[in-house]
Design a binder for this molecule. Structure first.
Ligand code: NZQ
Ligand code: ZN
Length: 391
């Protein structure tokens, strides 16, 4: 196991009706004027925004609001938020929604206290060092931004999707009420489930040996997702299954399952070009990319793929020919994704093979990191496998 620091200061407030405590939570975490930041309408329609505002009013915390965050959040909304916060003297950002609203809130939080252009953090010109405090009320189990120090924003000009990360971005508190996720369409639920599993796989496929504890934690999250996702697809109001998925989504990405081990993240980078270019859901893009990436890199460590196949998907181990077991595991993963309604190739996602060179150019691979470092030629091949995949 490698040396590590693990800093996870977020207060998680989990369970039914807990959003009604948000006013007191903001006060407890030092907020005196709040920007309530949310998406395209689901949180307004469900009455959640009204409940959040009522809770802030009851706690005597003044607030302004900015809605309309686009899924795959845009830089333009971030600039708008920074301006409002400066003008109104906001000192706390409260995101109500999914990864998109939370990531946009984190970008605003960094931008308000930064003299330069906030995009510097996403283009690699500056590292996030300070930010206004952020709190969240989560409405979809997916990105894990409620516990992570990451934020992903798309620059509208050129549709460049890029990430920034730093511990100052970890939320001060996150309210997780699984009942709020019951209004999610089945497709969004499945996209979220795919993202959660992908966050674990990015950590599971490692070159670090002797990491039994995090291997087993990863497998626990993956097995939970395989069991619970079909239950919520069949019965969207199944609170207990929603609760397990919601916590799995946080555990998958606050890095408790990834400490002390090398991680990959090539599938995420490769996917971000798809959701950047076609504005598809991140989870749907991952459903197309991740099994293709697995097929491409499988021979780098066949036994690790056998471990996934046998422990997560219950495949029988073929000791004579381990590669067959590894392939069976990847096939089981892709079949699972298909069974929950995810696209598994370019045509189903609405992506075009002729755009592959453009995606590779934008991604500019060759970074030399990951489970198996990939160059432009490798990434092209992953896209090509993904384009034509079948179950
Ligand atoms: O905008 P509204 O109207 O709220 O609708 C949203 C949106 O259309 C809807 N929705 C959310 N909660 C709902 C609901 N609809 C009905 N009922 C509810 N309870 O679902 C759609 C997707 O929402 P979004 O916030 O975009 O989803 P998600 O949480 O998957 O976030 C995706 C973004 O997070 C980034 C992705 O790249 C993408 O931009 N990621 C962020 C990460 C991080 N910060 O750590 C890591 C991830 O790997 C990921 O890259
Ligand atoms: Zn993700």
């Amino acid at each position: 196991m490698e040396n590590f620091n693990f800093y996870s200061p977020t207060e998680f407030v989990f369970g039914k009706d807990r959003e009604n405590e948000v006013g007191a939570l903001v006060k407890k975490h030092g907020g005196s004027k709040v920007l309530v930041h949310f998406g395209g309408g689901s949180a307004v329609k469900s009455g959640l925004i009204d409940r959040v505002k009522a809770s802030l009013d009851a706690a005597g915390v003044p607030h302004v609001e900015l809605g309309g965050v686009h899924p795959n959040p845009l830089d333009t909304k971030v600039y708008e938020g920074i301006e409002i916060c400066r003008k109104e003297g906001v000192d706390f950002i409260l995101a109500v929604g999914g990864g998109s609203s939370i990531d946009s809130a984190k970008a605003i939080a960094m931008g308000v206290v930064y003299e330069g252009d906030f995009w510097d953090f996403y283009s690699g010109k500056a590292a996030p060092a300070k930010a206004l405090p952020v709190g969240t009320v989560l409405t979809i189990a997916a990105a894990g931004s409620e516990g992570s120090g990451d934020s992903v924003i798309t620059k509208e000009e050129g549709m460049l999707k890029r990430g920034a990360g730093g511990d100052c971005l970890r939320p001060r508190f996150s309210v997780l009420n699984p009942a709020l996720t019951c209004t999610l369409p089945a497709y969004q639920t499945a996209c979220g489930a795919t993202d959660i599993m992908a966050h674990v796989f990015e950590r599971y496929f490692t070159n670090t040996t002797e990491v039994e504890i995090t291997d087993r934690l990863c497998e626990a999250v993956l097995c939970t997702m395989v069991k619970e996702t079909p239950r919520v697809i069949a019965d969207p109001n199944n609170y207990e299954a929603r609760a397990n998925i919601m916590w799995a989504g946080m555990v998958a990405h606050n890095n408790i399952v990834g400490v002390g081990r090398g991680q990959d993240w090539n599938s995420h980078a490769i996917e971000h070009e798809l959701s950047g270019m076609y504005d598809c859901a991140h989870g749907a893009g991952l459903a197309v990319i991740m099994p293709a990436w697995m097929e491409y890199v499988m021979n780098h460590n066949v036994m690790r793929f056998c471990q996934m196949a046998t422990r997560v998907f219950g495949c029988a181990m073929n000791f004579e020919n381990p590669a067959e077991t590894a392939k069976a595991g990847i096939k089981a993963f892709r079949s699972f994704l298909k069974s929950i309604g995810m696209p598994i190739n370019f045509a189903e996602l609405g992506a075009k093979e002729e755009d592959i060179p453009e995606m590779v150019r934008k991604l500019n691979p060759g970074n030399g990191w990951g489970f198996q470092p990939l160059n432009a030629d490798d990434v092209t091949k992953v896209y090509q496998i993904a384009a034509k995949a079948t179950v």
